[in-house]
Design a protein. Structure first.
Length: 254
């Protein structure tokens, strides 16, 4: 784990560079998107024990299987998500559980996605002293996708956006306007962020550059231009681009 700001720890998985974020102070911790493989969840629990941190809350940025995980050693602290995320985690539980694969013990599968709805704020009882997280809820990457802004620390936890490795990933053609609107919504936070933490990729101090790159990429796809974004060289990204370009072209046909 690396400390990217005072009281903000980030661990990065070997699978899709998925990040887990820990906010900690005075022996208490809030976990955001703990992930990903069972042994990595074990290691995260070991790290919390070594630091003598008690988990008082959890938060899931969106309802994809790799962002809804939990571990028995994290305890029974309440876990939160936006209302749309909580509804999807409940209604699509079978599909989300199936996406975990065979490496997950039944106890981990059972704990996945057990989140409660909150669109206003994470309840104070689930937040360590010294943090005042603001929830920025939108539909850019998934319904109810949520960025978490830490104003005192000037850290933006972006969920599956603003990645240095992944291109913007809207999942339906009519999601493009929502994605663009989401980028506009988080732009004021980006402008003030000293650190951005993507759901996949590396924490960085270049939030504005990442936002600009995402906007340019979407502009190119919508205009039918082939993007020159260097992230196209990363695993899975050529396929993601081709799928999005085909959907955009299909939506434009009479």
């Amino acid at each position: 784990m690396i400390e990217v700001a005072d009281g903000v720890l980030v661990a990065t998985s070997r699978v899709m560079s998925t990040t887990s974020t820990v906010l900690f102070r005075d022996g208490e911790a809030l976990l955001i998107d703990p992930a990903w493989m069972p042994d990595e969840l074990d290691a995260l629990a070991d790290e919390l024990d070594a630091r003598r941190l008690r988990v008082i809350g959890g938060f899931a940025t969106h309802a994809h299987h790799d962002h809804l995980l939990w571990h028995p050693r994290f305890g029974d602290a309440p876990r939160w998500a936006s209302a749309a995320t909580a509804a999807l985690a409940r209604d699509e539980r079978e599909a989300l559980s199936g996406a975990l694969g065979g490496d997950f013990a039944s106890e981990l599968v059972e704990l996945m996605g057990r989140v409660e709805a909150t669109d206003a704020a994470i309840p104070r009882a689930s937040v360590p002293r010294g943090f005042a997280p603001e929830l920025v809820v939108h539909d850019g990457h998934a319904p109810g996708h949520t960025a978490v802004w830490l104003p005192e620390q000037r850290v933006l936890i972006a969920g599956d956006m603003l990645s240095d490795l992944e291109l913007p990933l809207p999942f339906e053609p009519d999601n493009l306007p929502s994605y663009a609107a989401a980028l506009d919504l988080i732009a004021p936070y980006v402008a003030h962020a000293d650190v951005v933490i993507p759901g996949h990729g590396s924490p960085g101090t270049d939030a504005t550059r990442r936002l600009d790159a995402d906007r340019r990429y979407l502009d190119d796809v919508i205009a039918g231009r082939v993007p020159t974004d260097p992230r196209l060289a990363n695993a899975g990204m050529p396929e993601a681009y081709e799928r999005l370009a085909a959907l955009v072209a299909g939506a434009a046909d009479p």
